[in-house]
Design a protein around this ligand. Structure first.
Ligand SMILES: Cc1ncc(COP(=O)(O)O)c(C=O)c1O
Length: 416
């Protein structure tokens, strides 16, 4: 009812939040929820983080926007911070993940044209998610998302994920490839973690063929996997890396970073954005990045991730309906043997915000500021929820059957 004047692009849950504090969200009916999704990997510092709140308030009182026709010192400062963290040479700022990826795709095409390749191809992967704009939708490996939006763009070659032999075959048989574009861990596609040396092998193939290695770290970046960027687990440098989501803890911003031969491709007139990297967005991002580093939250993501993974594996170890429990840092997937999208609503009724992706993978993307107690509460609650859902917990099943909205119990720290 409330959404009738909005385009129906989302299947929204019938809940509106009016306040957030740390890992907790509070709805308009006064219910409290443990947020294990962080606005889909966005609010890594949790809700209402004082450093970000202060930075936004302070900057909003000075200057919101001037355009990229002028110097923006906060943008330069943020670029310096990100290049130092990442080992990249320079940055283009925009407003979202899809836009950051558009910049990468344009950069790769121009790189090809500079070498006399008039129809450059970019290798993209099955089950990839890169965004909803036409180029990023084409790069996305999900036919359902693409259906109805044809004609898609030319210039993309699809390969299976985590399959080095398939990439070698393309290298040996396909001319005019200029880049490979890959998520270090696939998020929307089902939290797929590739073989440990996957990125190293891709780096080698790219070097041997003069291709750009381009990584989509829109979701994996900004500390989520236990390194600032996920490629830092592999000790390699990509030519291009994109990020967005967690970069400003909820303020919209995207970034496309490049190094070496990729860093001098985009020149005046080749690309741009009116809002990209405006003073307000950069102030929010600087506060976020500095807090991630200062509070050692990236290491904390690794520790917390291991705690949650170990806890879930222990509590669900004998369950034959669990296909896999996997992840890195605070990007965690629990794959069930059957579709389980209803779990999102069942979890919400218990005061727990989770996501199910690829039909049967429960995806957890909690804030990096979670306490040990909150992490343990998350593990206990999710394990219990799954057991009740599959009917593995008789007592729990009775509870589920008897559930009615007037008897909804909401989690809080003392809920056992
Ligand atoms: C890996 C990846 N790339 C790109 C995007 C698109 O980002 P945005 O929704 O900010 O355009 C997403 C969003 O989920 C993502 O997970």
């Amino acid at each position: 009812m409330a959404s009738s004047s909005l385009m129906a692009t989302y299947n929204r849950a019938d809940t509106a939040f009016e306040m957030g504090q740390g890992a907790w969200l509070f709805d308009t009916d006064g219910n409290k929820y443990l947020d294990l999704l962080s606005g889909i990997a966005v609010c890594g510092l949790g809700h209402s983080h004082p450093a970000v709140t202060h930075a936004i308030r302070d900057q909003a009182g000075r200057l919101l926007h001037t355009s990229n026709l002028y110097e923006i010192p906060l943008q330069t400062e943020l670029a310096n911070r990100l290049t130092k963290i990442s080992g990249m040479d320079n940055v283009f700022f925009c407003n979202s993940g899809a836009e950051a990826n558009e910049a990468a795709i344009k950069l790769a095409r121009l790189y090809g044209h500079h070498q006399g390749i008039n129809n450059p191809n970019i290798i993209v992967l099955d089950s990839a998610f890169h965004g909803r704009t036409m180029a990023t939708l084409t790069a996305t490996g999900n036919r359902k998302a693409q259906a109805g939006f044809e004609p898609l763009l030319s210039g993309f070659i699809r390969a299976p994920y985590d399959d080095i032999e398939a990439i070698k075959t393309i290298a040996n048989n396909t001319p005019d490839v200029v880049a490979i574009f890959v998520e270090p861990i696939q998020g929307e596609g089902g939290v797929h973690v590739p073989a440990e040396n996957y990125l190293n092998e891709l780096r080698n193939i790219c070097d041997a063929n003069n291709w750009l290695l381009m990584l989509d770290e829109v979701q994996t970046g900004n500390g989520r996997t236990g390194k600032y960027f996920a490629y830092q687990h592999n000790d390699i440098l990509p030519d291009v890396v994109t990020t967005a989501k967690g970069l400003a803890n909820g303020f919209p911003i995207g970034a496309c970073l490049a190094q070496g031969k990729a860093a001098c491709i985009l020149q005046p007139g080749t690309h741009g954005s009116t809002f990209g990297g405006n003073p307000l967005a950069c102030a929010a991002a600087l506060a976020t990045v500095d807090t991630l580093l200062h509070d050692k939250l990236i290491k904390r993501a690794e520790t917390l991730g291991n705690r949650i993974l170990d806890g879930l594996k222990e509590q669900l170890k004998s369950a034959n309906y669990i296909k896999d429990i996997r992840g890195k840092g605070l990007m965690i997937g629990i794959e069930l043997s059957d579709p389980c999208t209803e779990l999102v609503m069942l979890a919400k009724a218990k005061g727990l915000l989770i996501n199910v992706t690829a039909g049967s993978v429960i995806r957890l993307l909690p804030p990096l500021t979670l306490s040990d107690e909150e992490a343990d509460l998350a593990v206990d609650s999710i394990a219990k929820l799954i057991k009740v859902y599959v009917g593995d917990d008789r007592q729990g099943q009775r509870r589920t059957q008897n559930r009615d909205s007037s008897d909804r119990r909401h989690l809080n720290s003392d809920d056992s």
